[in-house]
Ligand binder design. Structure first.
Ligand code: MN
Ligand code: MN
Length: 311
């Protein structure tokens, strides 16, 4: 409360900048991942960490919707950005995995603000090493289960398929919310069916009964293991989140997105990422403000979780 919110250098949620976590009792590290080398359409997600930091200065401590004072339960820091190589995906993936491993070794959990959705794969590699197979709760317009594009196996449309192939996830423990078409062909749904991936498409999303059933299934799957939340902002309708690379109309509202995240209350959140915000396509900071609000909801869930600190 000493200096106004529009002053000083912007960090996530005006938190202290602590890049070296060793010896600090940190529960959650927020990390920027300024990388969009995996995009197939509009680029620009490399600029999202800075935009979300700017939009997050209005963040406060108490979450009235979940009745939790986040920073009284958790010691959260902005650990800075992960060093990326803007023209080399594999080097970037290696850096992401190593940096998250450092966070885990310091006894903390990581929330990454990307970046395009390709960064999900190295995030999950690190999370798998620390927590084993987690339940993935993914908000997205797309299933991200493509095999390749232009002969390339690693881009923002493939991380879920690669994660299953690498044994990081079970298809039946993946829950995708906000999925909608159009698709290239009906074959695209075959892989999702084969792997038994759980999908709440937008038609089902609009049916309160089906939506509740879906969240009950997530709770059952997460009864004995942690969840990982991956929020691709294009899961939200472009009327509410225009600043994104691969927009699809007919999605959820900002409020519905926040309410869905809050439905995960009580589950053990091993980590989270927020991806695909492309500030150059944003208007009035709509998408960045939503992004900052979502990160606060992730932190609120972690604060409520029975085991907020790493085991
Ligand atoms: Mn998407
Ligand atoms: Mn995605």
């Amino acid at each position: 409360m000493k200096s106004p919110r529009f002053g000083d250098l912007a960090t996530f949620n005006r938190l202290p900048y602590v890049p070296d976590l060793k010896g600090n009792d940190v529960s959650v590290a927020l990390l920027g991942v300024p990388f969009d080398g995996g995009t197939t359409y509009r680029p620009g997600a490399r600029f999202a960490p800075r935009a979300v930091r700017d939009a997050s200065v209005l963040c406060r401590n108490y979450n009235p919707n979940l009745d939790v004072s986040v920073y009284e339960s958790l010691n959260v820091v902005d650990a800075g950005d992960i060093t990326v190589n803007p023209i080399n995906l594999q080097i970037t993936f290696k850096n992401i995995e190593e940096r998250i491993r450092e966070v885990h070794e310091a006894g903390a959990r990581a929330i990454c603000v990307g970046g395009d959705h390709s960064i999900l794969l190295p995030d999950l590699r690190a999370v798998h090493r620390r927590f084993g197979k987690v339940v993935l709760v993914q908000f997205d317009a797309h299933t991200d289960t493509a095999d390749s594009a232009w002969g390339e196996k690693y881009h923002h449309g493939t991380p879920v398929r690669r994660a299953i192939e690498e044994g990081l996830l079970n298809g039946s423990e993946i829950f995708q919310i906000g999925i909608r078409g159009p698709l290239t062909s009906p074959d695209q749904e075959e892989y999702v069916r084969e792997q038994k991936i759980n999908i709440l498409d937008m038609d089902a999303f609009c049916d309160p009964k089906k939506r509740d059933q879906f969240f009950n299934r997530i709770r059952n799957a997460a009864a004995k293991k942690p969840i990982y939340i991956s929020f691709d902002v294009d899961g939200v309708d472009p009327a509410f989140a225009p600043g994104t690379g691969t927009p699809v109309v007919g999605g959820m509202t900002s409020l519905e997105a926040l309410q869905c995240v809050r439905k995960l209350k009580g589950l053990d959140v091993a980590g989270a990422n927020l991806v695909e915000i492309s500030p150059a396509y944003d208007h009035a900071e709509l998408t960045s403000l939503l992004g900052a609000a979502l990160v606060f909801e992730f932190l609120s869930l972690m604060a409520l979780s029975k085991k907020p600190k790493a085991k």
